[in-house]
Design a binder for this molecule. Structure first.
Ligand SMILES: Cc1cc2nc3c(=O)[nH]c(=O)nc-3n(C[C@H](O)[C@H](O)[C@H](O)COP(=O)(O)O)c2cc1C
Length: 144
């Protein structure tokens, strides 16, 4: 069975909800999926052994939270080239964070990215649950 890892950071838990829904979608798509808060990722070896990775952070003051920036420097040391990738995050109005994460995964880590990042204002509203689950399911489909 293919394995997915979802790593997120959050301030008020909106992005945590999206993380859990993306993992649920991966499971619907036939993958195993694990969800980790960035603070529980201690070193790059914690990223070993997965086929697909979704990283998520909310946008504050036009940027991703610092914990995700620090995590991306750690992830740079893991060999993620060619692995399936996706990026997500909760936002209020501008939502820069998911695209920043997506672009780093694509351009620096050389990952095989899904078509675009996932930005949600509220995972519980306006089809957000289904969108987050579909994102995970699409990642599982791409992982084969
Ligand atoms: C002080 C503050 C600054 C924020 N700055 C932005 C911003 O620049 N752009 C944006 O899209 N949302 C912004 N937001 C909204 C958050 O991204 C939004 O509430 C999000 O759902 C929080 O996700 P979290 O619960 O995972 O922390 C801001 C919220 C606060 C409280």
């Amino acid at each position: 069975m293919k394995k997915g890892l979802v790593v997120y950071t959050t301030r008020t838990k909106d992005t945590e909800k999206i993380a859990n829904l993306v993992a649920e979608g991966m499971r619907f798509g036939g993958m195993e999926a694990k969800v980790l808060n960035v603070k529980d990722v201690k070193n790059e070896q914690d990223l070993d052994g997965y086929d697909a990775y979704a990283f998520g952070a909310p946008t504050y003051h036009g940027e991703m939270l610092q914990a995700m920036k620090t995590f991306l420097f750690l992830a740079e040391k893991a060999d993620l080239a060619g692995k399936i990738g996706g990026a997500f995050g909760a936002f209020g109005w501008s939502g820069e964070s998911p695209d920043r994460i997506f672009d780093t995964m694509k351009n620096i880590f050389k990952m095989d990215m899904v078509s675009q990042s996932l930005r949600l204002k509220n995972a519980g509203l306006g089809g957000g649950v289904a969108m987050a689950q579909d994102y995970g399911r699409d990642m599982a489909k791409k992982a084969g």
